[in-house]
Design a binder for this molecule. Structure first.
Ligand SMILES: [Cu+2]
Length: 461
């Protein structure tokens, strides 16, 4: 099975957007990665509290003693998008450092608080992996769960607390009762077509509700008014759940944008400077500019590791899509090729779902047909060495010329399989199989290995 960090590193090398997943869909290995990454951020701050790479440097930006998220409500959505993005990058950097491995690219998962899942959630409505006190690390020993609590600069410096009181605390006894309302709220937001109405309703609606009821309050709390950390702006971002919550807030924003592509974003929101010196314009198109997308299903790839061209066997490539959890039709399902080299001859790549008999003769009218990619033959290379894939990695600060237009390692080759997947969801049983067939210019089936790509992954949301 491919991990989130390894798959995203492969996608990054291919110029594809990174993928953020739902926390309940992560594998044990992914959760260990996430926990080690959080711990690595804590360790940076523990060693030097002002280190800009560390947890406290980020958490204090929410309104403790640095930037102020609540300074201007009109930029609620964009400010927090930049804030979560900065956290995700710091998390991934700390993870690479602690693992001493550059071939990893961690993304932050989101916590979908519109559902209660008895198999994965605690009675209070919070997923077990976030709620449990301890977890088993990759060496089999018990460790404190870094997603449960973190030391808070606010508690230590401003409230002079010590010992166990240095750690963030939640009192979520009323949270689970809110989940139905949260789901209703989010589906209601999707019907709003005006940006500022959505921004304001969401900020002071579902977003705030999660803060208030996850933080909660209790007479034993040493915070003012017996609050939990999540229920106060000044302390919220010190609780590790803050980032998983705000990643969900960002996903709702992302989904809303997809449903309202022509909504007018006010000039003030576009030009306002937000967290980390971004402007609203920099972050409005997350997929293009920040290079991430969301997936509501677990990571799916043909192979856990990049495939060497010569090793791939067989006439077709088949990958299994695990049972789909979503009750409603999927909004988007894309099959993305990693580092596909434009072929010399003409090829058509066809995708069929749940049809083990599919071959070059299976017509496009067959309900199992999911989509195709027509690759117009590139021909022999007549250029000099490196012509078809000039070195672009080396470019950057030392070479500011316009990028070379020929670069197959970062061209997106993608097949949209949304329609067919929704069809089989209704008419078939899961898990589903995706079958990739290559057809040459004579209409004959050709080995898929004739097409050179290092892997493909499927993103379903
Ligand atoms: Cu918030």
């Amino acid at each position: 099975m491919v991990t989130v960090a390894k798959l995203n590193a492969q996608r990054k090398a291919s110029g594809l957007p990174l993928v953020r997943y739902e926390i309940r869909k992560l594998s044990e290995e992914d959760l260990i990665d996430l926990r080690e990454a959080y711990k690595a951020l804590y360790d940076i701050s523990e060693a030097a509290e002002g280190d800009s790479r560390g947890y406290w440097a980020l958490a204090r930006g929410h309104g403790y003693d640095q930037a102020l998220c609540h300074n201007d409500n009109r930029i609620f959505l964009t400010w927090h998008r930049a804030y979560v993005y900065a956290f995700e990058k710091a998390l991934s950097e700390a993870f690479k450092t602690v693992r001493d491995d550059e071939q990893l690219e961690l993304t932050l998962p989101y916590w979908d608080w519109t559902i209660f899942d008895p198999a994965n959630d605690a009675d209070n409505g919070i997923p077990n992996v976030i709620n449990e006190d301890n977890y088993t690390d990759r060496y089999g020993s018990t460790q404190p769960n870094p997603l449960k609590r973190a030391k808070s600069l606010y508690r230590i410096r401003s409230l002079s607390l010590s010992g166990e009181d240095e750690y963030t605390t939640r009192y979520p006894s009323q949270f689970r009762a809110q989940i139905t309302e949260l789901a209703d709220d989010v589906s209601g937001y999707m019907g709003i077509d005006e940006y500022m109405t959505f921004n304001n309703d969401f900020d002071r609606g579902a977003h705030g509700l999660v803060h208030v009821f996850v933080g909660g309050g209790d007479p034993s709390s040493p915070l003012p008014n017996n609050a939990g950390d999540m229920s106060r702006v000044v302390s919220a971002a010190f609780d590790p759940i803050f980032w998983l919550h705000h990643c969900m807030v960002d996903k709702v924003f992302y989904d809303w944008q997809a449903m309202h592509p022509s909504a007018n974003v006010p000039e003030h929101v576009r030009s306002a400077v937000i967290y980390d010196s971004f402007t609203g314009n920099d972050v409005l198109d997350a997929e293009t500019n920040l290079r991430y997308v969301y997936s509501s299903e677990a990571p799916i790839a043909l192979s856990p590791e990049p495939i060497e061209e010569q090793e791939e066997e067989g006439e077709v490539a088949t990958v299994e899509i695990p049972a789909l959890a979503m009750e409603s039709p999927v909004r988007s399902a894309k099959l993305d090729f990693h580092q596909l080299k434009p072929p010399i001859e003409n090829y058509i790549l066809r995708v069929y779902i749940d049809n083990p008999q599919a071959d070059a003769r299976t017509p496009r009218t067959d309900p199992s047909f999911a989509g195709q990619l027509v690759l117009f033959g590139h021909g022999e290379c007549y250029g000099g060495p490196g012509h078809c894939n000039p070195n672009i990695q080396g470019r950057g600060k030392y070479d500011l010329r316009r990028k070379h237009p020929l670069r197959n390692k970062s061209t997106r080759y993608s097949i949209n399989i949304t329609k067919a997947l929704n069809y089989v969801r209704q008419n078939g049983s899961s898990p589903h199989t995706v079958r990739l067939i290559a057809i040459n210019g004579n209409g004959e089936q050709a080995p898929v290995r004739n097409l050179r790509f290092t892997n493909f992954s499927i993103v379903i949301d």
